[in-house]
Ligand binder design. Structure first.
Ligand code: NAP
Length: 304
């Protein structure tokens, strides 16, 4: 099975590379190329099309994305070009080759207002530019490809051992605040589910190997606020010897920590159908966190 992967240098891309099944012939792409990766700029729709026509993959796994949620409010054209233009270009080219698209997407396509987990078929209503651009990417691909040629996999709060993510930021802040005896304030009124990239990568590869189609939701099990997640990062990291001690984490509200992009307050994804379809059981997020923290070196804490 031949797979064209985008965003191979990103945190999910790295996890997908680490978990590549032996029967997969992989063409890994990144913005800059190098390190065994082919250069592919997702802003360039004709380059996306050319890559599909040249390699004729069975699957395009589009893990590349413009993921800077707050910055997207200032760069809507760029966010849409990457997050909507690229999946549209891939989908259009795949109508010619017959290959399939695995399009990664996000809980941020929902507004978080319903107060219960979102099922895959529910209507989207993004609050910010990032969510809107990802929703537009889903829509563009759906308009071009039938369900058996398109798998949309939404996830939430992704983090892994490599890359820029909440866990790395919190490890640094725990370290610095504990050392200076300062509290660490973290938002407690946004609820979602942290999702570790190794489990997410397994779900992606399983979906591709099984030829899954339609809209799917994949997250680790359970639910947490950012505050809960920050407390757990401190406790688990300190318990594992990754931190000398955890900082004193204190809850604040979203209003106390204004950001350019509005975020959904309760964006849990109902993953029931996907768990059954893929035959996978996610770990609880805290178990997955402990495994990721084991992979993060203490060196990274001191020199983030
Ligand atoms: N991170 C999350 O919390 C989260 C949550 C839900 C869904 N998702 C979705 O999951 C997928 C994987 O996200 P991730 O966490 O792995 O994000 P990530 O670590 O930010 O990786 C995204 C990758 O896309 C690349 N990229 C951005 N613009 C590009 C361009 N114009 N051309 C080529 N490559 C470009 C980035 O390269 P540069 O580093 O060079 O910019 C980066 O390597 C995305 O579809 C994202 O929307 C993520």
């Amino acid at each position: 099975m031949k797979v064209l992967l985008t965003g191979a240098a990103g945190q999910l891309g790295q996890a997908l590379l680490a978990a590549q099944p032996p029967e997969v012939e992989l063409i890994a792409t990144s913005r800059a190329g190098g390190a065994g990766m082919v250069a592919l700029d997702l802003r360039d729709a004709s380059a996306c099309r050319a890559a599909v026509l040249e390699h004729r993959p069975h699957w395009v796994i589009n893990a590349g994305a413009y993921t800077a949620v707050d910055k997207a409010e200032r760069e809507p054209e760029l966010a849409h070009a990457v997050n909507s233009g690229a999946p549209e270009a891939f989908a259009r080219a795949l109508t010619e080759t017959g290959g399939r698209l695995l399009q990664l997407s996000t809980d941020f396509v929902f507004d978080g207002a319903q107060g219960s987990p979102y099922r895959p078929e529910q209507p989207v209503n993004p609050l910010g530019v990032y969510g809107a651009s990802k929703a537009a990417g889903e829509r563009a691909a759906q308009q071009l490809l039938p369900a058996q040629q398109l798998c949309i996999l939404r996830t939430s709060w992704a983090y892994g051992p490599v890359g820029h993510n909440f866990v790395h930021t919190m490890l640094r802040l725990h370290h610095d605040r504990a050392a200076s005896d300062q509290p660490l304030h973290v938002v407690a009124d946004q609820v979602g589910c942290p999702t570790a990239t190794p489990g997410l990568a397994l779900a992606c590869w399983t979906a591709a190997m099984q030829g899954a189609g339609g809209i799917h939701h994949w997250c680790d099990a359970g639910a947490a606020s950012w505050y809960d997640f920050a407390v757990a990062i401190g406790e688990v990291a300190a318990g594992a010897g990754l931190l000398p001690q955890a900082a004193d984490v204190r809850p604040i509200t979203t209003a106390d920590y204004p950001t350019p992009a509005q975020r959904p307050s309760y964006a849990l994804l109902d993953c029931t159908i996907t768990r059954r379809a893929l035959g996978l059981t996610p770990q609880h997020w805290r178990t997955a966190l402990a495994e990721v923290l084991q992979q993060i070196s203490t060196e990274a804490l001191v020199h983030p």
